[in-house]
Design a protein around this ligand. Structure first.
Ligand SMILES: N[C@@H](CCC(=O)N[C@@H](CS)C(=O)NCC(=O)O)C(=O)O
Length: 237
């Protein structure tokens, strides 16, 4: 059986990591039989191929890193995530996934790690009970990364303008369809729904949550994707 190694969840999130939830949705769509295994030991996380999760382990013990690596692995076993999409729509799907996985991810990182209100909610949820020194050290590394990427050099107002632009674009693609590319859930939904979900609730900072909650069509879409995938939520800690 396939085992998805994930960050743990809580507060209604399958995983606090939207990339782990994305991988879980891809697994659900693929029709494979799989199980989850939460990685909570920092030493074990550091031993993962990129020091990150999600990672998929197959029955022979081989490990596949990264949600996109997991997608390719599932496709190599016969999964088709974009059935029925012509070449142009497959290209649009790829562009959209990159936008969500890269641009909205930076928004989420700022909302959870940079903004003080987001960070205090992270301390109370994801890092509850974890000693101050290592967590603050880890945060400092994340903030350095955001500074290098440049996103944290924008002020909050500029970040929120860009967030509005991206959400408006996503809503434009969705229009009145149930899923981003029509009646059927595709790979793009596996990226977009978990990212929107993560941006729409704590531990994301309240000003970001307020913006995202201002797009009820997108919020209904997130619920639809999660219901379609019927992910089993982890037991409350
Ligand atoms: N590009 C990767 C990103 C995975 C990722 O950023 N994982 C984060 C959690 S959302 C992580 O495990 N971070 C741990 C660390 O950096 O130490 C994917 O698509 O899977």
């Amino acid at each position: 059986m396939l085992t998805l190694l994930t960050h743990s969840g809580g507060c209604g999130f399958f995983s606090y990591s939207m990339f782990c939830t994305k991988a879980a949705l891809l697994l659900q769509l693929s029709g494979e039989t799989w199980q989850r295994q939460d990685v909570t030991d920092p030493g074990e996380l550091a031993r993962m191929p990129h020091g990150k999760l999600p990672v998929l382990r197959d029955a022979a013990g081989a490990v596949i890193a990264d949600s996109e690596g997991i997608r390719r692995f599932l496709e190599s076993r016969g999964a088709t995530f974009d059935a029925g999409l012509d070449g142009a729509r497959q290209a649009q799907s790829r562009l959209l996934i990159r936008m969500v996985d890269e641009a909205l991810w930076l928004q989420l990182m700022c909302a959870r790690w940079l903004e003080d209100e987001g960070w205090s909610q992270m301390r109370a949820s994801v890092f509850a009970g974890v000693p101050e020194a290592p967590v603050e050290g880890f945060r400092a590394g994340v903030l350095q990364g955001l500074h290098f990427a440049g996103h944290s050099r924008f002020d909050r107002a500029e970040r929120l303008v860009r967030l509005h632009q991206d959400l408006t674009a996503l809503q434009g693609v969705l229009a009145d369809q149930p899923f981003l590319f029509g009646d059927r859930m595709t790979a793009a939904d596996c990226s977009a729904a978990p990212m929107l979900e993560a941006l729409s609730r704590a531990p994301a900072a309240p000003q970001v949550v307020e913006v995202v909650q201002g797009y009820p069509v997108l919020m209904a879409y997130v619920d639809r994707v999660m219901q379609r995938a019927a992910l089993i939520l982890p037991e409350a800690a």
